[in-house]
Every structure is written in structure tokens, then in C-alpha cells.
Design a binder for this molecule. Structure first.
Ligand SMILES: *[C@@H]1O[C@H](CO)[C@@H](O)[C@H](O)[C@H]1NC(C)=O
Ligand SMILES: *[C@@H]1O[C@H](CO)[C@@H](O)[C@H](O)[C@H]1NC(C)=O
Ligand SMILES: *[C@@H]1O[C@H](CO)[C@@H](O)[C@H](O)[C@H]1NC(C)=O
Ligand SMILES: *[C@@H]1O[C@H](CO)[C@@H](O)[C@H](O)[C@H]1NC(C)=O
Ligand SMILES: *[C@@H]1O[C@H](CO)[C@@H](O)[C@H](O)[C@H]1NC(C)=O
Ligand SMILES: *[C@@H]1O[C@H](CO)[C@@H](O)[C@H](O)[C@H]1NC(C)=O
Ligand SMILES: *[C@@H]1O[C@H](CO)[C@@H](O)[C@H](O)[C@H]1NC(C)=O
Length: 633
């Protein structure tokens, strides 16, 4: 066994390479990795140190308790220590006890004076901290371990294997996160692998600490799965809240693993599940697309380790999102009529881009917002009702701007990034939003961002009017606007525009000409080139802000609006960049400029990347915007 250890302490993503070695039984626990930043330490003989030691002793002596998981505290504030252990789900109480006993001693040796620590072993995980870590999802620090041997030498087969691994792991994750409350959040399976005759079986495992909610567990596992390398014969991703692993040999006790129960079917509100459609008044309401308003957690900076982490749950509805899915939730049209008091004016919340929006209350008292797209054929979208307003309402209004200080805006940026990442990577289908803009970011009572209205672009373009389209244009990447090509990178572009708007408090589509720049992007780029990026900052923010955060966000925004989609970062990279102060960002290249002239309804797109100043002029009509379908992954 050889472990090459990256010399990292604060690094978020640690990569360790190990050579294949079947599990050894001789030791009580096989050490894999630990993280305990030496940037925060306690003095020798301090109260905190004493509490830490008694915490570890108490974890160690309670190793047979709690079904393989146990959390406890030691001492009282301000020197309270929070700690927990988690044993691999297939272990017996005795095997768990023996790993925890070993780990408690081992971690105090490796992390003698560090205030927070986490260590992973083949059989268990141990962790302590000075902040409350219970029931809070922590994806970071993330450790990747992988077998250096490829499954095959053939790259196409590697891809095929990778796809199998991703699908299998995803199913395993669903099983692990949907176990009944109070039981282990653990699943391990052996499934057929048909890549190479020498490796007929794929063994996979996913586990969360059982104090997480199902949705937090699911999110954590999917984040981990997203970090698995491709092509390797075996790999695992370890984080404080969850871990995943696959191998081509059994690495867990198969007899101890009972087949997990199937995940519960999605709830079917509305009652009349299988009743015949009482056409024509039943409206198929595409709840999955529309309702998927995700609750996004505030991205937390790991460095602000003392701040209490807060995460919200992602709505369960995110699981299904194809507009055509048979399993779309269906509400009887009369239910909606009753809920909105017959679309009464009193319930009207506003006039949205594509229809009026009404507030409604379902029989189960759930508040909804109903958008009536058209009446002839009754197209209706139902949303979770969000009591606050959308982001544009705050950031572009000279008085309301003040309600969002820099730290709030920074959290919103992080929340939006994670939300889009969720759509792109973590949801079961790859969802490309295509219509990201400030008015589609809803803020709840805590100013936590929620992304809404995705999948709308296709419906909406049919209805959209010229004037509205011009407004949309501020967020569209040139390749989307001009050729109707969209990808995760066109969402990244829109995200970049949003970031620049959040920082500057100015609309890209309605930019007040400053400094000879025609739009916000070119203005931001000009300031960046002139090395005075902070001048972009909204004046109300200038009293109190974190300079490095602002500059990084501007840089990130500019990276996202680069002309060549290939140059733009993926949302996974964006999230990583936002979470890590140590990651160096590349220098942005010149952005794409969409120059539009409002007078003649034409717009031209200038690729300023090359010296030639050719500009294409494209007549603006909705027919030119052909949009293709979503593709499930
Ligand atoms: C922290 O760890 C790094 C590398 O592991 C080491 O170079 C540095 O000296 C340590 N700092 C302290 C204060 O121990
Ligand atoms: C810590 O306490 C031990 C015994 O009480 C003592 O011998 C040692 O000098 C102390 N160390 C420090 C740094 O105070
Ligand atoms: C855990 O172990 C400690 C001994 O270190 C013991 O005092 C405590 O009662 C145990 N906790 C439980 C819940 O049994
Ligand atoms: C364990 O964590 C839960 C929250 O997940 C908390 O309610 C409980 O008090 C903790 N147990 C101990 C002994 O601190
Ligand atoms: C594994 O495959 C990758 C290509 O997918 C290749 O770059 C790498 O060198 C291979 N490693 C080994 C050990 O064969
Ligand atoms: C490999 O397995 C998958 C499902 O497990 C199956 O759909 C596919 O047809 C199999 N391929 C071959 C070549 O057997
Ligand atoms: C595997 O689990 C079974 C059932 O829990 C147990 O009887 C057996 O001793 C375990 N085997 C090993 C090697 O731990």
C-alpha cells in the first residue's frame, strides 16, 4: 500500500492516489486521510483541548451505540466541542467499536492541537469541531481516492464504464438517501458490469451520516459522485457528511448487507391519481418544470469556519423535470380555480412576462403562485409561493439596493451558482435553464435565492414579443441568441451577466452609457483591463465590502461571459472558485459583446476576439431562434 499524500491542509479537494489493495483485516482500522487545518489551533493545556480529549474518549467508549453513528458534545460554551463518528453501514457493532477506538487515538495524534478535524478510515469516519456540525451537510473538504489502474485501455470502453458507474452510483445514492428516518443512510450493491469479462461485477456503496435529511444526503452523495474520476477500476470520494465508493471486487461484507427497500414513490397530490381525465377541464400542469424552484443553500466559505452553516433543503420535486414526463403532478383545473378564487383580481400578484400571476392556497394550505400563460388552451404553471420578491426588484432599485449589502449579495451569488450546478449536474436529468435572469431569481424571507422558471424558454419564445425579447437579450450568450445553440455554457454566460449585475446594480440590457461603454459587460471589461475593477461596484456597497471577494466575483463574471463557450468555466468550477480563496482564477479573455440597437429591431453581434471588425446583422424574429429539446443525460 502506498499513499501519495498531497501536501495540503486547507485545500478543499484533496486527491490521493492509491494502488489497488484489497481490504486488510489485520488492522482495526485502515487509515485513509485526514484534514485538520493548522490555521486554527488551541493552546496546549487549554479548556478546549481538555474538552476535545474527553469528547474523543466519550466517542471511543460509545462505539457500539447508535447503530454505527453517534454524536455528542463535551464541555460548555465557549469551549464546547462537537464530535461524531460514522461506521461503514455493513459493520457489526464490535467492528465499529474497534475502528472508533483506533480512530479516536489516531486523530488526536495526527491533529494534536487543531480546533477542527476529520479523519477517514476504511471502516469509519471521525470528526470534531468547535461549531455545531450536527444535522448540517458538509461536502467539503472533499477527498478523492482512486485506483491508478484503468478498467480497460480502450478510451471508448472507459467512457462506457464511466457511464455505468455514474448510473449505478446514482441509483445507490437514491437508495441510501431514501432510507426511513432514523435508520442508517447506507446502501451497498453488487450489480452486473459488462465492460470487461474479467470484471463481471461492480460493487458500489453510498453512505451519509444519518443526522442529515434525505435531501441533504442526496445532495451530498451527488456532489461526491460528480467528483468520481473516470475510467478507474475503483474510486471513492470522501466528505465529512457522506462518502461514495465503487470497486470491481467486494469491499464490504456482502452477507451483512440486506437489500435496501425501494425508494418511496413520488407523492401524488391532487388525489384523483388514476381517474380518467375529465377532458377538457383537466389541465396538465407541468409542476415538475415549474415548481422546481430550488431552495438553495447559502454557499459557505470554508474559511469562515466559525460561522454557523445553514443549508436549506432542495425540494423533492426536482427529481423529475422533463416536461413530457407521464409522472407530472396533475392538478384538477377546478382545484386551481378554487385556490385562486377564480383567478380573482384580489389574488393577482402581478403581470409576469408571459402571463398574469395569481396567488393561491391549495386545500392542504400550501401557498402557491399560479402563472396563467394562456386562456384558450389553459396553460398554467404552478410555483411554490415565495413571499419575497425577485432579485431584480432589489438590485436595480436605488432605494431597495441598500437592503442587500455585500455579504448578502455574495451569498446570493454563491446560492445561484450552486443552484445552477444542481440543475446541470446533480438533478437526475441535465437541465439547462436557458432563461437565467434577475427576475427569475426569487428571494425568500431570508433573502436566500431560489431559481425559478426553467425550461420556460421553449414555451415562452412562442409568446414573447419583440420588446420583451430585447430585454431577454441582455442575458443570452451570443451563440444562443444568434444560432439558438444552448448548452451549460450558455447558462454560465447568463450567470456571468447576473454576477456583474449584482455587483454593479445595473441592468445589462438597459445600461446607462458610461465611460464610452455600451453595455455592462464591455464596461466591466474596460474597468478590468484598466486595473480598476472596483469602480464597477454599486455605490451603495462601497462603504463595507470584502475587496478580494468583489474582485474575484468580477473576475468570475468576466470568465463566464467570454466569447468562446469552451473558455467559460463549468458551474462546478464556478462553485469551486467561489468556495476556495486559494484557487487561482485564470485571466478572462475579452468577452462576447452583443450590441443591439433598439431603434430598428435589428441587432448585430460583434466578435471582437479577432481583429477583423466584421459584424453580422441578423433580422430579429422569433422564427430565427430554433431551440432543441432537453436531453436526459
Ligand atoms: C502548517 O502546515 C504546513 C504544511 O502542512 C506547514 O508548512 C506549516 O509550518 C504549519 N504551520 C504551523 C503553524 O504549524
Ligand atoms: C501542561 O500541563 C502539564 C501538566 O499539568 C505541564 O507539565 C506542562 O508544562 C503544561 N504545558 C504548558 C505548555 O503549559
Ligand atoms: C459515552 O461514554 C461516556 C464515557 O466516556 C459515558 O460517560 C457516557 O454515559 C456515554 N454516553 C452514553 C449516552 O452512554
Ligand atoms: C446529536 O445531534 C442531534 C442533532 O442531529 C442533536 O439533537 C442531539 O442533541 C445530538 N446528541 C448529543 C448527545 O449531543
Ligand atoms: C488510463 O487511461 C487514461 C486515458 O483515459 C490514460 O491517460 C492513463 O494513462 C491510463 N492509465 C493507466 C495506468 O493505464
Ligand atoms: C450492458 O449492460 C446494460 C445494462 O446493465 C445493458 O443495457 C447493455 O445492453 C449491456 N451491454 C452488453 C454489450 O451486454
Ligand atoms: C459479515 O456479516 C455477517 C452477518 O452480519 C457476519 O455473520 C459475518 O461474521 C461478517 N463477516 C465478516 C468477515 O465480518
Amino acid at each position: 500500500m502506498r499513499i501519495l499524500r498531497a501536501s495540503v491542509n486547507q485545500l478543499l479537494l484533496v486527491i490521493v492516489i492509491y494502488l489497488l489493495s484489497p481490504a486488510t483485516e489485520a488492522q482495526q482500522a485502515t487509515y485513509r486521510f485526514h484534514v485538520c487545518p493548522n490555521t486554527t489551533t488551541f493552546p496546549v493545556n487549554s479548556t478546549y483541548g481538555a474538552n476535545r480529549d474527553s469528547l474523543l474518549a466519550s466517542l471511543s467508549s460509545n462505539g457500539t451505540r447508535g447503530d454505527g453513528f453517534y454524536n455528542t458534545t463535551a464541555g460548555r460554551n465557549p469551549d464546547m466541542v462537537y464530535g461524531l463518528f460514522l461506521c461503514r453501514g455493513d459493520l457489526s457493532a464490535e467492528a465499529c467499536q474497534s475502528c472508533v477506538t483506533f480512530a479516536a487515538t489516531d486523530i488526536s495524534r495526527r491533529c494534536a492541537i487543531e480546533i477542527t478535524a476529520v479523519a477517514w478510515y476504511d471502516e469509519c469516519l471521525i470528526r470534531y469541531s468547535d461549531v455545531n456540525i450536527f444535522s448540517a451537510e458538509a461536502e467539503e473538504p472533499t477527498v478523492r481516492l482512486f485506483n491508478t489502474q484503468n478498467i480497460t485501455q480502450n478510451v471508448a470502453d472507459q467512457d462506457r464504464f464511466n457511464q455505468q458507474v455514474q448510473e449505478t452510483m446514482s441509483e445507490t445514492a437514491t437508495l441510501a438517501s431514501n432510507t426511513p428516518p432514523g435508520s442508517r443512510k447506507f446502501a451497498a450493491r453488487a450489480t452486473a458490469a459488462n465492460i470487461s469479462s474479467s470484471f463481471p461485477t461492480l460493487y458500489s456503496l453510498g453512505q451519509c451520516t444519518p443526522d442529515l435529511s434525505s435531501s441533504d444526503c442526496d445532495r451530498c452523495l451527488r456532489f461526491a459522485i460528480g467528483n468520481l474520476p473516470r475510467g478507474s477500476q475503483g474510486a471513492r470520494v470522501l466528505s465529512p457528511s457522506c462518502n461514495v465508493r465503487y470497486e470491481i471486487y467486494p469491499f464490504y461484507n456482502q452477507t451483512a448487507v440486506t437489500p435496501p427497500p425501494p425508494p418511496p414513490p413520488p407523492p401524488a397530490p391532487g388525489g384523483n391519481g388514476n381517474s380518467r381525465r375529465s377532458w377538457p377541464i383537466i389541465v396538465s400542469i407541468v409542476v415538475p418544470i415549474a415548481v422546481i424552484i430550488l431552495l438553495f443553500f447559502l454557499a459557505c466559505c470554508v474559511l469562515k469556519r466559525r460561522a454557523k452553516k445553514e443549508y436549506d433543503a432542495i425540494q423533492a420535486e426536482t427529481a423529475r423535470c422533463d416536461i413530457s414526463t407521464v409522472e407530472s403532478l396533475q392538478y384538477d383545473f377546478t382545484t386551481i380555480e378554487t385556490a385562486t378564487d377564480n383567478f380573482s383580481d384580489a389574488n393577482k400578484l402581478g403581470e409576469g412576462g408571459f402571463g398574469d400571476v395569481y396567488k393561491g392556497v391549495l386545500p392542504n394550505k400550501k401557498e402557491i403562485a399560479v402563472k396563467r400563460l394562456s386562456r384558450g388552451e389553459e396553460k398554467i404553471l404552478i410555483y411554490e409561493y415565495v413571499p419575497n420578491k425577485s432579485l431584480d426588484y432589489f438590485i436595480f432599485d436605488s432605494t431597495k439596493q441598500e437592503q442587500l449589502d455585500w455579504s448578502r449579495r455574495y451569498k446570493i451569488i454563491g446560492g445561484i451558482a450552486r443552484g445552477i450546478l444542481y440543475l446541470h449536474e446533480d438533478s437526475r436529468l441535465r437541465i439547462i435553464h436557458r432563461d437565467l435572469k434577475a427576475s427569475n431569481i426569487l428571494l425568500d424571507g431570508d433573502m436566500t435565492p431560489k431559481i425559478s422558471d426553467f425550461g420556460m424558454a421553449r414555451i415562452s419564445l412562442e409568446l414573447i414579443k419583440l420588446k420583451e425579447l430585447l430585454e431577454e437579450f441582455g442575458y443570452m450568450s451570443p451563440e444562443y441568441a444568434m444560432q439558438g445553440q444552448f448548452s451549460v455554457k450558455s447558462d454560465a454566460y447568463s450567470f456571468g451577466v447576473l454576477v456583474l449585475e449584482i455587483i454593479s446594480g445595473q441592468r445589462n440590457s438597459n445600461f446607462y452609457e458610461t465611460d464610452g461603454a455600451q453595455d455592462l459587460i464591455s464596461y466591466a471589461w474596460k474597468l478590468w483591463k484598466d486595473e480598476r475593477p472596483l469602480e464597477l461596484l454599486n455605490p451603495v456597497l462601497r462603504v463595507n465590502y470584502a475587496r478580494n471577494e468583489v474582485v474575484r466575483c468580477i473576475q468570475l463574471g468576466l470568465l463566464c461571459v467570454q466569447e468562446d463557450p469552451a473558455d467559460r468555466p463549468t458551474m462546478a468550477t464556478v462553485v469551486l472558485m467561489l468556495n476556495s480563496y486559494s484557487a487561482t482564477l485564470p485571466m478572462p479573455k475579452e468577452p462576447a459583446f452583443v450590441v443591439h440597437s433598439r431603434t430598428n429591431g435589428e441587432m448585430s453581434y460583434k466578435g471582437l476576439e479577432s481583429d477583423q471588425s466584421t459584424s453580422q446583422s441578423i433580422p430579429l424574429s422569433t422564427n430565427d431562434l430554433s431551440i432543441t429539446e432537453l436531453h436526459p443525460r
